[in-house]
Design a protein around this ligand. Structure first.
Ligand SMILES: [Zn+2]
Length: 242
């Protein structure tokens, strides 16, 4: 089964970027949790996080977690800062084409989500980041909006946003990795056998139904009298068929 490592940037004593008392680490963790929940609920894959609560985990440890697990991909989740707006993603400067296409696939799905909200796609980029350089599997780092831009920050703070973004990141990862869905399509209900409407009065038809189903052997007309012998036989055939 595919192994995915999600890396919420910063945490614990390392807050990441800070603006007006908003900490990058909190957004990163919330988004990564939502991504994990979405992937776990919908796809056949094993999802790990380098940290699952607000704790200090250094960069070497994050890399070791992914490398030791033999992860198939590593996705680091961050918020940008330093003047700007929108979304961009990073891979290491010198990577295989597999990493490049992984970045392209994830980036496209997430950038479309941001563009629909009016935030620019700043593009696919390369950088010499520690976690990208030292992980041995395709690794991408996502910079989600700018914490020090008021409009971007308002979007990050919007209730439910982490959930929607996490789902999009998950969708991007699942598409890039061709993950199979864990949800089996529900089988359509079979049509119930049509029954005659209750108000239809068709005595000859009723006798034919009994004959067809083997409860009576002979052809009878609706006005024929019934003996106790016939009646008991029909009742017992009914009982035997239950
Ligand atoms: Zn960061």
């Amino acid at each position: 089964m595919a192994i995915i490592v999600l890396d919420p940037g910063h945490g614990g004593s390392d807050s990441g970027a800070v603006y007006n008392n908003y900490f990058e680490k909190d957004f990163n963790l919330a988004i990564a949790r939502e991504t994990k929940n979405y992937l776990s609920a919908n796809y056949n894959a094993e999802i790990h996080m380098t940290l699952s609560s607000d704790s200090t985990v250094d960069l070497a440890e994050r890399v070791n977690i992914a490398n030791n697990l033999g992860a198939d991909v590593f996705v680091s989740i961050h918020i940008n800062a330093g003047g700007g707006t929108g979304f961009e993603s990073y891979i290491y400067t010198n990577v295989s084409s597999g990493t490049e296409s992984f970045q392209q696939a994830v980036h496209k799905v997430v950038a479309e989500f941001y563009q629909a909200l009016g935030f620019p796609d700043r593009g696919t980029k390369r950088a010499n980041f520690y976690v990208l350089r030292n992980t041995i599997m395709p690794a991408v780092l996502l910079e989600n909006l700018f914490i020090d831009n008021q409009r971007d920050l308002d979007q990050l703070r919007e209730p439910g946003f982490a959930g929607r973004l996490g789902e999009r990141i998950g969708l991007g990862i699942a598409g890039a990795m061709h993950l199979t869905t864990s949800i089996s399509p529900s089988a359509p209900e079979p049509d119930p056998e049509p029954k005659p409407p209750l108000n239809a009065w068709d005595p000859q038809g009723e006798i034919e139904r009994l004959r067809r189903d083997g409860l009576v052997a002979n052809e009878y007309s609706p006005s024929d009298p019934v003996t106790w012998g016939q009646f008991a036989t029909v009742l017992n055939r009914l009982r035997d068929s239950l």
